[in-house]
Design a protein around this ligand. Structure first.
Ligand SMILES: Nc1ncnc2c1ncn2[C@@H]1O[C@H](COP(=O)(O)OP(=O)(O)OP(=O)(O)O)[C@@H](O)[C@H]1O
Length: 257
C-alpha cells in the first residue's frame, strides 16, 4: 500500500474559555493512494478536527501528519474540500461559484469554463448553471459544491459530512454519483460521516472513532464488490458489515444494542 496520508500519534487540544478541550488523542493511521476512506463516529468524537488537521487548516498539538510524504505547514497542494454546509457565494451564479478555485489558481478561464459546464451537466445541474445559489434546493447546492471541489481535479478530496443536511432520497442519489465519480477518477477520498450505512456503502475502509477524547478504535475493511448500486444495501454481506460495526459501537456503549 502506498500511503497518501500518514498520521502518527496525532493529538489535538483546543484551548477554550472553559479550559483545554482534548479533541484527538494518539491517532495513528494511513490512507492509501486512491482509497475511499471514511471516518465514522458519533457527534463530537473529533472527525471534523481530524479532517481539518489533514487539510492543514488546523495544526496538531502532538504527533505528525504527512500528505504524500510532506509535513504540513498549511493546506497541501492538490486538495479539494467539501464542507457540511455548502459555502456558495449568493451573488455569483452556480457556474461562477464552481469556477472560484480555478480563478484563485489563475487557471485559463475558457478551458476551465468548459470543464465546469461538463461537471455541472454530469451532476444534473446543466440547466441551472446561470441561476444563483438561493434559487436552488439544498441537494442542488451541495452538488454544486462537489463540482467546485472536483473542478481542479484534486488528488485528495476531503469531505466533511457533505450529505448530512440532505433528505434520504437526495443523499442516496449523491452517494451513487460519488461512487461513480470516484470509480472513474480514483482520487484519494477521506469522507466524514456518522451514518454506518453510508460509510459501508462508499468506503474501502472505515475508521471507527470514539469520543472523549477522539480516538480510532478499529479500522474495518469493506470488501463489497464495485461498482456498488443502492441494491447492494439489501444483500446479506452489506448487512453483515453494518452489524459488525454497530456491534463494536454497542460494545463501547456508543449505540444501543
Ligand atoms: N475551535 C474549537 N475550540 C474548542 N473546542 C473545539 C473546537 N472545535 C471543536 N472543538 C471540540 O472538539 C471536539 C471534537 O469536535 P469535532 O467537531 O471535531 O467533532 P465531530 O466528530 O466532527 O462532531 P460532529 O459530528 O458533531 O460534527 C468537541 O468536543 C468539540 O466541542
Amino acid at each position: 500500500m502506498v500511503a497518501c496520508v500518514e498520521i502518527r500519534a496525532a493529538g489535538k487540544t483546543y484551548s477554550s474559555a472553559r479550559g483545554p478541550v482534548v479533541a484527538l488523542a494518539d491517532v495513528s493511521m494511513d490512507v492509501a493512494e486512491g482509497e475511499f476512506f471514511s471516518l465514522l463516529g458519533p457527534s463530537g468524537c473529533g472527525k471534523s478536527t481530524l479532517l481539518k488537521c489533514i487539510a492543514g487548516l488546523e495544526g496538531t498539538s502532538t504527533g505528525a501528519i504527512r500528505v504524500r510524504g510532506q509535513g504540513l505547514a498549511g493546506p497541501p497542494k492538490g486538495l479539494g474540500m467539501v464542507f457540511q454546509r455548502d459555502v456558495l457565494l449568493d451573488w455569483r451564479t452556480i457556474l461562477e461559484n464552481v469556477l472560484i478555485t480555478a480563478e484563485f489558481q489563475g487557471l485559463p478561464k475558457a478551458e476551465m469554463t468548459v470543464r465546469a459546464r461538463a461537471l455541472l451537466e454530469r451532476f444534473g445541474l446543466g440547466a441551472f448553471q446561470d441561476r444563483h445559489p438561493w434559487e436552488l434546493s439544498g441537494g442542488m447546492r451541495q452538488r454544486a459544491s462537489i463540482c467546485r471541489a472536483l473542478l481542479c481535479e484534486p488528488e485528495i478530496l476531503l469531505m466533511d459530512e457533505p450529505f448530512g443536511a440532505l433528505d434520504a432520497m437526495t443523499r442516496d442519489d449523491l452517494n451513487v454519483e460519488l461512487t461513480r465519480i470516484w470509480q472513474s477518477a480514483r482520487r484519494t477520498v477521506v469522507f466524514v460521516t456518522h451514518s454506518i450505512a453510508e460509510a459501508v456503502f462508499l468506503s474501502d475502509r472505515v475508521a471507527m472513532m470514539s469520543p472523549g477524547p477522539g480516538r480510532i478504535v478499529e479500522i474495518v475493511p469493506i470488501d463489497l464488490p464495485r461498482p456498488r448500486l443502492l441494491s447492494i444495501r439489501e444483500t446479506p454481506e452489506f448487512a453483515r458489515h453494518v452489524a459488525h460495526i454497530r456491534g463494536l459501537f454497542a460494545a463501547l456503549g456508543i449505540v444501543k444494542e
